[in-house]
Design a protein around this ligand. Structure first.
Ligand SMILES: Nc1nc2c(ncn2[C@@H]2O[C@H](COP(=O)(O)OP(=O)(O)O)[C@@H](O)[C@H]2O)c(=O)[nH]1
Ligand SMILES: [Mg+2]
Length: 595
C-alpha cells in the first residue's frame, strides 16, 4: 500500500476530496462535522485503478493547527497539494509548501479543486509556477470538483502515477513508527496509530517506546487484523497498558536508532528571504515525524547549528528536521528552515574556537563523503566524525556497515587507524627504552597509552616490526634488529603469495639478508631455512609433505618440483630437508615416497 498526505489552505476542499475519492469520512470528530473544519488528522483509504491500495492522511489547513499538519505529513513520503480554483494560492498554501520543502518532500501532486466554481486554468498555472521554485521535483496537476465528481477519474490515474514513482522502502530497515494518535480500548490496553515509512512490524515484536520496551500485542492496517505489516503502511498497534506515551513519540527497533537530545545539523534555506544560520532565533520548535520538541539553537559556524532538544528523540544521521519559530505572530510564516542531521552524538565543545572548528570538521566530512555517498551518510562519513565505532554504534546512527570491521566489531577511520599504528610503534619503542631488562610493552599499557576502548584493537594494530607474544608487544620479532625485522617481513610477504618460491640471491641481496641475518631470522622463528640461502616460511615443510603425499608414490624430483610449483634450486634442498625431518624417504636413486 501507499500513503499520501493532503496539504493546502483551509476550506480549499481537501477533506471533501478525500471523501469523494474514498467514500470514507476523514473528519471523525463531532466538533469537526459541526464546524465543517478539520481539527485532527483524518484517515481514509481506497483502491486505485491499478489495484494498489492508497491511504490518505488528511491534515487541517487552518494556521492554528500547523503542528498537527506537520505530525501528519512528517512520516509520509508523498503529498497531494490542494488549491481551490475560486481562491488560488493562499497563505496556508504557502506555509504548507514551505513546510514540505523544509521536510524534503520530493513527491507531490497538485489538485485544483472547486473547479465547478471557477475556471481552474489560471490557478493551475499560478500554483505550478510556485511549486516549480520549491524543488519538490516534477509536479503533475489535475483539476477536479469534489462536489460534481468531475476530474476524479483523471485524479485517480494521476495518483497511480504518483505512487508508482515512489521509492520502494526497505522491509528490513529499522522501524520508526511515529505515533499520530493514541487511544485506550476498554479491556485491551492502548492502540497507537501511525504511518510506517519502512521496515516491518509483527505481532510479538519487542520495540522501544520513549526508550522503554513494549510488546506488539496486536496489529491492524486499514482496519484489517494483520500478523505483520511492512512499510509504507498505515498501522494501528495494540500495546499493553493505558498510560503509554502518545503523539510525538515513536515505536522503534531496539538498537536501530540513537536517542539523543543533542544534535549538530546543517540548516537549508527554504522559502522567503535567505536566512543565515546565525540569524536563527535561540529558541525553536523542532519537528521530526510526529514530534514537536522545544529546542535551543547554537550556531557553530556557516550553516552548522547545534540543537539542544527538550527531550531525547530517536534519530539517524541524515534525518531531516523542520525548524519553527514558536514566538512569532500567527499571521507570519512560522516555518524557518529544514535542517539535516549531521551528527547524533556530537562532542562537547570546550575552548574558544571549538565551535568554528567543529563546524569546519562537519562541513569537510560532509563534502568529502558526498563525493563517495550521494544518498545518505554512510560508514566513511560516520567514521570521519567518530574515528572508532562499533557495528552497533553505526546501526544506531542509521548506517549499515558495508565492509568487514577493522578489528572484530570495531570500525576505524582509515586515516586514524594509520595514525594509531604509528603511535603504537612509538609507544612500544619508548617503553623499551625505559624498561631495558623487560622491553616488551604490556598490551593493557599500550591500550591506555593510545586511549583505546578495547585491547583487541591494540592486538590488531600490532604489525611488523612489532610482534605480540604473551600479552606483550615487542619492537621487533624475537629481538631482531629493526632493519632485519623489516627485511624479513618483506620476504615473508613474498612467500605468502608463492610459498615454495624461495627468494634468489638477487632478491636476498636487495633485502640486505645475508647468511647471518637469515640465521637470526630462523632463530627468531620467522623463517625456515632448508638449505644454504634457501629460505621459506615456517611450516612450508609440512605443507610440502602434504602436497607430495597426494602424488602417486613413489615420485621423482621432477614430479615433486611440478607439484610444488618451484625450481630445482629449491626442491632439491627441500626434499633433503624433508628426508632429514622424516617426512619423506628415498626409495632408490631417483624416487622418494612420503612416510
Ligand atoms: N462547489 C464546491 N464546493 C466544494 C468543493 N470541495 C469542497 N467544497 C466545499 O468547500 C468547503 C470546504 O471544504 P473542505 O473539504 O472542508 O475543505 P478543507 O478545509 O480543505 O478540508 C465545504 O463547504 C465544501 O462543501 C468543490 O469541489 N466544489
Ligand atoms: Mg479538512
Amino acid at each position: 500500500m501507499h500513503v499520501v498526505a493532503t496539504a493546502g489552505h483551509v476550506d480549499h476542499g481537501k477533506s471533501t476530496l478525500v471523501r469523494a475519492l474514498t467514500g470514507m469520512e476523514p473528519d471523525r470528530l463531532d466538533e469537526e462535522r459541526r464546524r465543517g473544519l478539520t481539527i485532527e488528522l483524518g484517515y481514509a483509504w481506497t483502491a486505485l485503478p491499478s489495484g494498489e491500495r492508497l491511504a490518505f492522511v488528511d491534515v487541517p489547513g487552518h494556521e492554528r493547527f500547523l503542528g498537527t499538519m506537520l505530525a501528519g505529513v512528517g512520516p509520509v513520503p508523498a503529498v497531494m497539494v490542494v488549491v481551490a480554483a475560486d481562491e488560488g494560492w493562499m497563505p496556508q498554501s504557502e506555509e504548507h509548501l514551505v513546510a514540505l520543502e523544509a521536510l524534503g518532500v520530493r513527491h507531490c501532486l497538485l489538485v485544483v479543486t472547486r473547479s465547478d466554481l471557477a475556471d481552474p486554468a489560471p490557478v493551475v498555472a499560478q500554483a505550478l509556477a510556485r511549486l516549480d521554485t520549491a524543488g519538490l521535483g516534477e509536479v503533475e496537476a489535475v483539476a477536479v470538483s469534489g462536489r460534481t465528481g468531475q476530474g476524479l477519474p483523471e485524479l485517480r490515474q494521476a495518483l497511480d502515477r504518483l505512487v508508482t514513482g515512489l521509492p520502494r522502502p526497505d522491509p528490513a530497515a529499522a522501524v520508526r513508527l511515529w505515533i499520530d494518535r493514541a487511544f485506550s480500548v476498554t479491556g485491551s490496553g492502548t492502540v497507537i496509530t501511525g504511518t510506517l515509512p519502512a521496515g516491518t512490524v509483527s505481532v510479538g515484536d519487542e520495540l522501544l517506546l520513549a526508550g522503554e520496551p513494549v510488546r506488539v500485542r496486536g496489529l491492524e492496517s486499514l482496519k484489517e487484523p494483520r500478523d505483520t505489516v511492512t512499510g509504507v503502511a498505515r498501522v494501528a498497534v495494540n500495546l499493553r497498558g493505558h498510560d503509554v506515551p502518545g503523539r510525538g513519540h515513536a515505536l522503534v527497533t531496539p538498537g536501530g536508532w540513537t536517542y539523543t537530545d543533542l544534535v549538530d545539523v546543517r540548516v537549508a534555506h527554504v522559502g522567503g528571504p535567505r536566512r543565515e544560520a546565525a540569524g536563527l532565533p535561540r529558541r525553536l520548535t523542532v519537528h521530526v515525524g510526529s514530534a514537536a520538541v522545544a529546542a535551543e539553537a547554537r550556531p557553530l559556524g556557516g550553516r552548522v547549528v547545534r540543537l539542544r532538544l527538550a527531550r531525547p528523540v530517536p534519530l539517524h544521521l541524515g534525518d531531516v528536521l523542520l525548524l519553527r519559530d514558536p514566538g512569532r505572530a500567527r499571521s507570519e510564516a512560522r516555518v524557518l528552515a529544514g535542517a539535516s542531521v549531521l551528527d547524533v552524538r556530537p562532542p562537547a565543545l570546550g575552548r574558544r574556537g571549538a565551535a568554528r572548528r567543529r563546524a569546519a570538521q562537519l562541513e569537510s566530512a560532509r563534502l568529502e563523503s558526498a563525493l563517495l555517498e550521494p544518498a545518505a551518510p554512510g560508514t566513511a562519513y560516520a567514521l570521519r566524525l567518530h574515528r572508532l565505532l562499533r557495528a552497533a554504534d553505526l546501526r544506531a546512527m542509521g548506517v549499515e556497515p558495508d565492509t568487514p570491521g577493522t578489528s572484530g566489531e570495531w570500525y576505524a577511520d582509515p586515516g586514524h587507524w594509520k595514525d594509531l599504528g604509528r603511535r603504537l610503534v612509538e609507544a612500544v619503542r619508548h617503553y623499551a627504552a625505559g624498561h631495558p631488562l623487560d622491553p616488551a610493552m604490556p598490551i593493557e599499557a599500550a591500550r591506555h597509552e593510545l586511549g583505546l576502548p578495547d585491547r583487541r584493537l591494540v592486538a590488531t594494530l600490532v604489525r611488523p616490526p612489532l610482534t605480540l607474544a604473551g600479552g606483550r608487544i615487542a619492537a621487533g620479532p624475537g629481538g631482531l634488529p629493526e632493519p632485519v625485522a623489516r627485511a624479513v617481513e618483506r620476504l615473508r610477504r613474498d612467500l605468502a603469495a608463492r610459498p615454495f618460491h624461495a627468494p634468489d640471491a638477487g632478491r636476498l641481496a636487495e633485502l640486505g639478508l645475508g647468511p647471518r641475518e637469515l640465521a637470526a631470522a630462523e632463530r627468531a622463528g620467522s623463517l625456515l631455512r632448508v638449505g644454504e640461502g634457501v629460505a621459506l616460511l615456517p611450516g612450508a615443510d609440512a605443507r610440502a609433505a602434504e602436497l607430495l603425499s597426494r602424488l602417486p608414490q613413489p615420485f621423482t624430483v621432477s614430479q615433486a618440483r611440478h607439484a610444488l610449483g618451484t625450481t630445482r634450486r629449491v626442491v632439491v634442498p627441500l626434499l633433503e630437508h624433508l628426508d632429514r625431518a622424516g617426512l619423506t624417504e628415498r626409495v632408490d636413486e631417483v624416487h622418494r615416497r612420503c612416510r
